[in-house]
Design a protein around this ligand. Structure first.
Ligand SMILES: Nc1ncnc2c1ncn2[C@@H]1O[C@H](COP(=O)(O)OP(=O)(O)O)[C@@H](O)[C@H]1O
Ligand SMILES: CC(=O)N[C@@H](CCC(=O)OP(=O)(O)O)C(=O)O
Length: 296
C-alpha cells in the first residue's frame, strides 16, 4: 500500500466532501455553540477551524453562542448564587450586568479571536448591535406536580426574542465577515435581557430562513430509551418522544426550539456532540452526518 502525503490526503478528503459543499453553497447555516460544548482550548480551535472552513467553502455561517457554565463561574467568584427555574437563569439587575459582561464580553471576543486566528474575519455582536433583536420579559409558568396549580415564574430580566431584524445579517452575508452573536438583547422598555442561547439561535435561524441550524451540546444527539442515537426524527416523532418521556430535562426546550425553527422555515435542525472535534464538518460534509437531524 502506498502512503499518501498530507497534500494527497487533503485532496482526497476535499473531493469526497465536494458534493456536500456544493449542496450548502451560498446557504446560511446557524451554529449554536453551547457553553458545555466549549470544553478545552483544543476543541475551541477545532470548532473555529470548522467555522472558517465553512466560510471558505462558500457557506454563510452565523455563530450564536451560550456560556451558562462560564456565567455560573463568574457569579460564584463574585459571591452571587446561580438559581434556575424551568431551565432558565433567574436574572436580577445585578446578574444581568454580569451576564452581559461574560456573554457579550469575554466569551464573544474569545470565539471571535479563535476564528480570526484561522485566517477569517469574525465580528462579535449581540442583539443590541444593528437593532438586530428586541426582547420582551419572558412569561413562563410551571405546574406544581403536587397541587397541580399553575404558577407564574418571576425570572427577572429573562427575555424572549420578539423582533428580529435581519438587515445587519444580510449585509454581513454579502461580506467577508462571520457574525458571532451573544444572546443578550434590549427591550423596547430600555432594559437589557438575558435570553436562553438555544431560543436566541432558533429566532435568528428562523429570521434568516437558514438551511441548517446546528446545536452543539454535550451528548451525541437525541437518544432513545436504550441510550442509542436516533439519526433522524420528524417533527411529529420528536413531539411523541417528549410526550412519552424519552426526551427530558434540558433536551425538551432544545427540541421544542428545533420544532419552532422548522415551523418558521428552517429546512433542517441537527443536535450533535460539540465535544467531538470537528463535529460541524462531520455533519455538514459527510454522507453519514453526525447527531440527530430533525426535519418537517
Ligand atoms: N432523549 C435524550 N437524548 C439526549 N439527551 C437527553 C435526552 N433526554 C434528556 N437529555 C439531557 O439533555 C441534556 C442536553 O441539554 P442541556 O444540558 O440543556 O444542553 P446545553 O447546555 O448544551 O444547551 C443532555 O446532557 C441530557 O442529560
Ligand atoms: C435565561 C438564561 O438561562 N440564559 C442563559 C444564557 C446562556 C446560555 O443559554 O448558555 P448555554 O447555551 O451554555 O446553556 C444563562 O444565563 O445561562
Amino acid at each position: 500500500m502506498t502512503n499518501l502525503t498530507d497534500a494527497e490526503a487533503q485532496a482526497a478528503l476535499l473531493s469526497a466532501a465536494l458534493p456536500f459543499m456544493q449542496r450548502y453553497e451560498n446557504k446560511t447555516v446557524v451554529v449554536k455553540y453551547g457553553g458545555h460544548a466549549m470544553g478545552n482550548q483544543e476543541l475551541g480551535r477545532a470548532f473555529a477551524r470548522d467555522i472558517a472552513l465553512l466560510k471558505q467553502a462558500g457557506v454563510n455561517p452565523i455563530v450564536v453562542h451560550g456560556g451558562g457554565p462560564q456565567i455560573a463561574d463568574m457569579l460564584k467568584r463574585l459571591g452571587i448564587e446561580s438559581r434556575f427555574e424551568g431551565g432558565l437563569r433567574v436574572t436580577d439587575a445585578r446578574t444581568v450586568e454580569i451576564v452581559e459582561m461574560v456573554l457579550a464580553g469575554s466569551i464573544n471576543k474569545e470565539i471571535v479571536a479563535l476564528i480570526n486566528a484561522e485566517g477569517e474575519w469574525a465580528i462579535g455582536l449581540c442583539g443590541k448591535d444593528g437593532n438586530m433583536v428586541f426582547a420582551e420579559r419572558a412569561r413562563k409558568t410551571v405546574v406544581d406536580p403536587d397541587s397541580n396549580i399553575e404558577r407564574v415564574l418571576d425570572l427577572g430580566f429573562v427575555g424572549e426574542p420578539v423582533e428580529v431584524d435581519r438587515t445587519l445579517l444580510d449585509l454581513l452575508a454579502r461580506s467577508e465577515m462571520i457574525p458571532v452573536i451573544a444572546p443578550v438583547a434590549p427591550g423596547r422598555d430600555g432594559h437589557t435581557y438575558n435570553i436562553n442561547a438555544d431560543t436566541f439561535a432558533g429566532a435568528i435561524a428562523g429570521a434568516v430562513k437558514a438551511a441548517r441550524l446546528l446545536f452543539l451540546t454535550d451528548v451525541p444527539g437525541v437518544l432513545d430509551k436504550n441510550g442509542e442515537l436516533i439519526p433522524e426524527l420528524t417533527v411529529a416523532q420528536a413531539k411523541a418522544l417528549i410526550k412519552d418521556g424519552t426526551i427530558s430535562g434540558g433536551m425538551i426546550p432544545k427540541v421544542e426550539t428545533c420544532i419552532q425553527a422548522i415551523e418558521r422555515g428552517v429546512e433542517g435542525v441537527v443536535i450533535l456532540n460539540g465535544k467531538t472535534a470537528h463535529a460541524v464538518l462531520l455533519e455538514m460534509f459527510t454522507e453519514q452526518g453526525a447527531g440527530t437531524l430533525i426535519v418537517p
